[in-house]
Design a protein around this ligand. Structure first.
Ligand code: 1QQ
Length: 394
């Protein structure tokens, strides 16, 4: 990779400060500690489980590659739970206790808006693997994401619904009002519906991620005879809402956002998940060499195809591994004091071009991911409702 003159200057500055700084010892052990702050308990663990699988495959994959000049990555994995306080705690521990070089996490945008400012203030690079709400990279110079935002992923799905049923006119929208991602995604869906010449937004219903019974909102909605229902919520509430819509007689198309983009909703709505359309930022069939390698490594470990959340989590670790590899070409990493390593790593992350399971990605100077392709999947359940998959429709 050709390095810009600006980058050479920056490295010079880092080298100089490395000679004088004494307050922050460098990371000397062979293994570089990378923080992983994901939900392993609580409602967001339905995503966190898939994310952890992706992260574990990445750890083996990139350590075997030997690409960081004789160094390895040591993942420091901590459970954030599914709320803001848990994420804040874990970020503080990883930054000040484990003295990590960077952080992959947290799972929910709702958590990121509380936890990321701590990393930003400490000068620790964060690569978000699944935060899709508007405003995530804008939190600061050290915050970037590999999870494309709702504004680029969601509109394709409305189009896909119209291709499946060109007669759709009346659209109802549901969203979980206590979740930052769901509020952000519904805004994009609602805008796309309002701006579409053929579509009419007939109702907007509010739910909570903790709700299990949606009968009141569903009854109010079905009396308006929608031909499409669009859902922005998380996995458990989203799955229950889908199930109850069908149980109460709704037969039209259902479109779900990123929150229902996990096989972990299958046990919630079972056979009634069938046919739900889901906007996706990953296609496990993508023939790019890096995706084939990832898919094979994933199948060897877990005997299944990877999901979007697994692929994005793998990609977040890859961004750190590739950036460290480039940085280690230019610098002896053990000579950099920790604060300078974090800073240089962040600059390197933002400059890179990455061949990943998601396809080629890069970042805007702000840390927003630039990704080329997006997809729409449709859930296909077995007749007994015991197993299912996402079939690519667009
Ligand atoms: C966010 C999301 C969730 C569905 C991630 C798991 O997209 O919180 O931003």
């Amino acid at each position: 990779m050709v390095k810009s003159p600006w980058f050479m200057l920056a490295l010079g500055a880092i080298a100089l400060s490395g000679c004088t700084a004494t307050e922050s010892p460098s990371v000397n052990s062979n293994a570089l500690p990378l923080g992983v702050a994901l939900a392993q308990t609580g409602n967001a663990a339905l995503y966190g489980q898939e994310q952890l699988q992706g992260v574990r495959v990445a750890e083996e994959f990139f350590n075997q590659s030997g690409q960081i000049k004789g160094r390895t990555l040591r993942l420091v994995i901590q459970d954030t739970g599914s709320d803001e306080a848990g994420a804040v705690n874990v970020f503080q521990t990883l930054i000040n206790g484990d003295r990590v070089i960077g952080i992959v996490g947290p799972t929910l945008s709702q958590q990121a808006f509380s936890a990321d400012p701590i990393a930003e203030q400490a000068g620790v690079p964060v690569v978000a693997p699944s935060n899709t709400a508007r405003g995530i990279p804008e939190m600061g110079a050290f915050i970037s994401r590999v999870s494309a935002g709702v504004e680029v992923v969601a509109p394709t799905a409305i189009q896909a619904a119209l291709e499946i049923n060109p007669n759709i006119r009346r659209v109802a929208v549901f969203f979980a009002q206590d979740d930052a991602f769901s509020r952000s995604e519904t805004e994009i869906f609602q805008k796309a519906i309002r701006e579409h010449p053929k579509l009419e937004l007939v109702t907007v219903q509010q739910t909570q991620t903790t709700d299990t019974n949606f009968q009141a909102q569903i009854n109010a909605t079905l009396s308006l005879k929608p031909d499409l229902i669009v859902i922005s919520g998380l996995a458990a509430d989203g799955g229950n809402l889908i199930r109850q819509l069908r149980e109460l007689g709704y037969q039209g198309l259902i479109l779900g956002g990123n929150g229902v983009n996990t096989v972990n909703i299958f046990p919630v709505c079972r056979r009634l998940c069938n046919g739900v359309l889901v906007a996706q930022a990953y296609n496990s069939e993508n023939p790019d060499p890096m995706n084939v390698k990832f898919r094979n490594a994933f199948a060897a470990k877990y005997s299944q195809a990877p999901s979007q959340f697994s692929a994005q989590a793998f990609t977040a670790v890859q961004v750190f591994a590739d950036s460290l590899a480039r940085l280690s070409q230019a610098k002896n990493l053990s000579e950099l004091p920790l604060a300078d390593l974090r800073q240089a790593l962040n600059q390197e992350i933002l400059k890179g071009v990455y061949e990943t399971p998601l396809g080629e990605i890069r970042f805007t100077p702000q840390g927003e991911v630039l990704q080329r392709f997006f997809y729409v999947g449709q859930i296909e359940m077995s007749d007994d409702g015991q197993s299912g998959k996402f079939r690519l429709v667009k």
